[in-house]
Write a protein that binds this ligand. Structure first.
Ligand SMILES: Nc1ncnc2c1ncn2[C@@H]1O[C@H](COP(=O)(O)OP(=O)(O)O)[C@@H](O)[C@H]1O
Ligand SMILES: [Mg+2]
Length: 318
C-alpha cells in the first residue's frame, strides 16, 4: 500500500469557451492544479458536486483528453511525453469504467465481440483469447451463454458487469471508475461495489473511484480527495474525513449525508449561493462566497493545500 502507482502533479485542463472579436479568449478551468498520489492496491475516491472537474481529471490521467499542464507519472515515468504507440502500451495497464455502459457498449456487437476488441488491439495471441474471455465473463458474475447476446438484452447492473469485464480483459493495474454505480438502483449499486472490491483483491487492482455520491465513496475508498471548482480542497483518510471534515466545503458536503444511527446528531449545513461558474471563478479561495467562516484574506489570496493533522487541507482556518 505504500509504493505510488500514479502520481499526478499540478494537472490542469482548460477548455476554450470562445473568443469574441478583439477580446481575450475565455476558458473553463475544469481542472486547476491537482496533485494526487495513488498507491498500489489502494482506492482513492474523488468527490465533489457535478461540474467540479472529476470526469475531466479522470480522462486527463488516461489522456483520453489532453491535459493543458502538469505531469502524470505512472509506474515511475511521465506518460505525458509518450507518443501514440507507447500510450497504447500503457493503456493495457490503465483502464476506465464509465457511468453508463449502454453509451459505451456498441449495440451492434455481441458481448463476445466487445470483449475480443481489446485483445485484438493489444495483439493477444488468438489461442489465448477465448479462454480469457470465458474466464473474465464468469469472474464478473455472468456466464459463457451471455457472450452471444447484445448489450440491450441486459439489465443496467449486468451491463455494468460487462463494462467491468471489458476493462479487466487486459488485466490492468489501475482502473479509473467514473461514477460506475450512479446510474443504478441502490440495491444493484452494492452488488457492483462488492464486485469491484472482490476484483481488487483478486487482481491487486488500484482504483481511482470518482463519484458525486459520498455514501458510495464511503463504502469503497481508502482515502478521499474532495474537489471544488477544479481543485482538491481536502485530501484525507476516509475515516478521518467522514468523522471530522476540516474544510468548510467538506463539512457542508458531509452534513448532507443521511445518518443511519438515530443517536448520532449531525447538523445539516445549507450552503447559500450557487456553484460559481468555472469560467469566471471567484478570486482568492474559490469557496469564499459560500463560506460561513470567510475572512478578509480568503477573498484575496487562494490558500495553498497544506498538511494539517496528517491530512491535506486548503483553508486559512488551519
Ligand atoms: N469538452 C468540454 N468543453 C468545454 N467545457 C467542458 C468540457 N468538458 C467539461 N467541461 C466543463 O468543465 C467543468 C468540469 O466538468 P466535468 O469534469 O464533467 O465535471 P464533473 O465530472 O465533476 O461533473 C464543467 O464546468 C464542464 O462544463
Ligand atoms: Mg462527471
Amino acid at each position: 500500500m505504500t509504493k505510488p502507482l500514479l502520481v499526478v502533479k499540478n494537472l490542469q485542463k482548460r477548455f476554450l469557451l470562445g473568443r469574441a472579436w478583439f477580446q481575450e479568449p475565455t476558458y473553463v478551468h475544469a481542472v486547476n492544479g491537482v496533485n494526487v498520489t495513488v498507491s498500489e492496491g489502494e482506492t482513492l475516491g474523488i468527490v465533489g458536486e457535478s461540474g467540479c472537474g472529476k470526469s475531466t481529471l479522470g480522462r486527463c490521467i488516461l489522456r483520453l483528453i489532453e491535459p493543458s499542464e502538469g505531469e502524470i507519472i505512472f509506474q515511475g515515468s511521465d506518460i505525458r511525453a509518450y507518443g501514440k504507440s507507447d500510450m497504447q502500451n500503457i493503456r493495457r495497464n490503465m483502464q476506465m469504467v464509465f457511468q453508463n455502459p449502454f453509451d459505451t457498449l456498441n449495440p451492434k456487437l455481441t458481448i463476445q465481440h466487445i470483449l475480443t476488441e481489446p485483445l485484438i488491439a493489444h495483439r493477444i495471441p488468438k489461442e489465448q483469447r477465448q479462454p480469457l474471455i470465458e474466464e473474465t465473463i464468469e469472474i464478473v458474475g455472468l456466464s459463457k451463454r451471455h457472450l452471444a447476446r447484445y448489450a440491450h438484452e441486459f439489465s443496467g447492473g449486468q451491463r455494468q458487469r460487462i463494462g467491468i469485464a471489458r476493462a479487466l480483459m487486459l488485466r490492468p493495474k489501475l482502473i479509473i471508475a467514473d461514477e460506475p454505480v450512479s446510474a443504478l438502483d441502490v440495491s444493484i449499486q452494492s452488488q457492483i461495489l462488492n464486485l469491484l472490491q472482490d476484483l481488487q483483491e483478486q487482481f491487486s487492482l488500484t482504483y481511482l473511484f470518482i463519484s458525486h455520491d459520498l455514501s458510495v465513496v464511503e463504502h469503497i475508498a481508502d482515502r478521499v480527495a474532495v474537489m471544488y471548482l477544479g481543485e482538491v480542497i481536502e485530501l484525507a483518510k476516509k475515516e478521518e474525513l467522514f468523522q471530522r471534515p476540516l474544510h468548510p466545503y467538506a463539512q457542508s458536503l458531509l452534513s448532507a449525508i443521511p445518518v443511519s444511527d438515530p443517536d448520532e446528531k449531525r447538523e445539516r449545513i445549507i450552503l447559500t449561493g450557487d456553484l460559481p461558474s468555472p469560467s469566471n471563478p471567484p478570486t482568492g479561495c474559490k469557496f469564499h462566497p459560500r463560506c460561513w467562516a470567510c475572512m478578509d484574506k480568503c477573498k484575496k489570496e487562494p490558500p495553498a493545500l497544506k498538511e494539517v493533522e496528517g491530512r491535506m487541507v486548503a483553508c486559512y482556518l488551519y
